[in-house]
Design a protein around this ligand. Structure first.
Ligand SMILES: *[C@@H]1O[C@H](CO)[C@@H](O)[C@H](O)[C@H]1NC(C)=O
Ligand SMILES: *[C@@H]1O[C@H](CO)[C@@H](O)[C@H](O)[C@H]1NC(C)=O
Ligand SMILES: *[C@@H]1O[C@H](CO)[C@@H](O)[C@H](O)[C@H]1NC(C)=O
Ligand SMILES: *[C@@H]1O[C@H](CO)[C@@H](O)[C@H](O)[C@H]1NC(C)=O
Ligand SMILES: *[C@@H]1O[C@H](CO)[C@@H](O)[C@H](O)[C@H]1NC(C)=O
Ligand SMILES: *[C@@H]1O[C@H](CO)[C@@H](O)[C@H](O)[C@H]1NC(C)=O
Length: 440
């Protein structure tokens, strides 16, 4: 067990966030964990059984790989501290420490069966919940820090492993893992909080509070970049190197007054094949109870839309799909989808039908959902890959994983905006094309 005194000395970058967010006069010295990289790089893979997107980090002393499910709504990193948690650098956070306040960990408890990771006396505890099952730890789970290691990157390949000595996380019981992909031992929370995974990792190296996700459609490796970039990739069949940032269009990042750790965007209209779909516009705004609007969730496999939006968009798309000389026929639906087709005209990159445009706040900002992301192959043929979100959902639109795959999304908290590339595939780019070769 390490002394509590030590604990106060080390995570200075976290205290820096704390001080700068609670006072305007403190200029705490920043601890730079050397060497300072350009950006940090994580691999992201799809678990095809659950449709969750997973990553892995190195944690503890001696280091072990910890696989994690990514979630944009979760506030922090939480992972299982069951019997197999062995680390000489594990440090519980003592009650009353500024880190407790930073992480909103309000419960202080002793733990008679300790001391061991997850169970120490006089440590602060946070109530955490599993975002799939909604189960939560009612008595709270221990807040702690430990060493993590991540790959750095120059934007084009994998760089050195870099170390963050005191990375804050919550120590969850094994019972909280239900519903997570097989082999995963926790959730990497990418939420809009001061203690989320990207906030902490970027702060440790004074990188911009920006991260980019490129999700792969299969169990191959896509990537997440923490920091401003560049994000370089080589399109198939070319020797070129493209900085994916050049393909982004930006829309303001919107805050939901109730669900502040989630990312919302301002959809203002929806077009199918360039045609405006009639939609009750009040569904696009967020009310004072946090209902309405458009959010993004990596835990929802397909985009859901409030019933009237779903019906209007599906009907317009269906009409256009059937209104061609191609012999397409509607066939019996395959749940959870309602509109399915036996066959569709095809192009080099999948079905050749209309695009669906989410018209966004911001000059010329449009998220084009191309056929590769709007139609899914099933055993009957193709189905429209949206689901009915019901009559009074919390969010009118929840953009889900299938619609994001092989698109680059940049969550730019520093500039309060989200960058969207739309499908990269039509430019011969896939998220799996990133060159993970290590060059130091
Ligand atoms: C922790 O607290 C419990 C109850 O307050 C006490 O019985 C136990 O001795 C303490 N353990 C340690 C290691 O201090
Ligand atoms: C968990 O809660 C969310 C939001 O309240 C809800 O959409 C979801 O259906 C719930 N999941 C379960 C398994 O109860
Ligand atoms: C539009 O939606 C809002 C919120 O759901 C509802 O109160 C209103 O009656 C709807 N307007 C029309 C014309 O359907
Ligand atoms: C069907 O397509 C034709 C030619 O593209 C177009 O002129 C017509 O308006 C379409 N009809 C409907 C109902 O969309
Ligand atoms: C990946 O990067 C390495 C190091 O720069 C380079 O030698 C290799 O050719 C690249 N691979 C591809 C497929 O571009
Ligand atoms: C770092 O990158 C190498 C090479 O791509 C990879 O084998 C390793 O798993 C990565 N480590 C982490 C912690 O992501």
């Amino acid at each position: 067990m390490t002394s509590f005194f030590n604990h106060y000395l080390i995570p200075l970058y976290l205290l820096f966030i704390y001080f700068t967010s609670t006072t305007t006069t403190t200029s705490a010295a920043l601890a730079i964990v050397s060497p300072r990289p350009k950006s940090l790089l994580l691999t992201v893979s799809k678990d095809t059984t659950t449709s969750q997107y997973t990553t892995k980090i190195l944690q503890r002393t001696p280091p072990v790989f910890v696989p994690l499910t990514l979630d944009l709504g979760t506030q922090y990193l939480w992972l299982n501290c069951g019997r197999r948690y062995v680390s000489s650098t594990y440090k519980p956070v003592p009650c009353g420490s500024p880190l407790c306040a930073l992480a909103n960990a309000k419960i202080c408890r002793s733990c008679p069966s300790g001391p061991k990771p997850g169970c120490n006396n006089n440590t602060c505890r946070a109530i955490i919940s599993n975002p799939i099952t909604n189960t939560s730890t009612k008595k709270g789970s221990e807040l702690a820090t430990d060493v993590i290691q991540l790959n750095s990157s120059n934007g084009a390949t994998t760089g050195d492993l870099v170390t963050i000595p005191n990375f804050l996380f919550v120590c969850a019981p094994t019972s909280l893992l239900g519903g997570l992909a097989k082999g995963v031992s926790g959730v990497a929370g990418f939420g809009r909080t001061k203690v989320s995974f990207p906030t902490q990792a970027s702060s440790a190296f004074r990188l911009a509070q920006t991260f980019a996700l490129c999700l792969p459609p299969f169990s191959e490796n896509g990537f997440a970049f923490l920091g401003e970039g560049p994000y370089n990739i080589t399109p198939g069949g070319t020797g070129l190197n493209v900085d994916l940032r050049s393909m982004l269009t930006y829309t303001p990042l919107i805050t939901n007054p109730v669900r502040t750790s989630e990312y919302f965007i301002g959809v203002q209209g929806i077009k199918v094949g360039g045609e405006d779909v009639p939609i009750n516009k009040s569904l696009f705004t967020i009310d004072s109870k946090g209902y309405g609007g458009t959010t993004i969730s990596l835990l929802q496999p397909y985009t859901s839309m409030e019933t009237s939006i779903y019906n209007a968009v599906s009907a317009a798309f269906d009409r256009q799909i059937l209104n061609t000389s191609y012999p397409t026929k509607r066939v019996a639906p395959v749940a959870p989808f309602k509109y399915c087709y036996d066959t569709l005209p095809s192009s080099r990159v999948g079905p050749s039908v209309s695009n669906i445009d989410l018209v966004l706040q911001g000059k010329n900002a449009v998220w084009t959902i191309a056929p590769l992301n709007s139609l899914v192959r099933t055993y009957v043929g193709y189905c429209i890959a949206f689901v009915d979100g019901g009559k009074n959902p919390r969010s009118s639109i929840v953009v889900g994983g299938y619609q994001i795959e092989d698109n680059l999304l940049q969550f730019d908290r520093a500039k309060n905006r989200i960058g969207i590339s739309s499908s990269l595939v039509y430019d011969r780019i896939r998220c799996s094309f990133f060159n993970f070769t290590t060059t130091v």
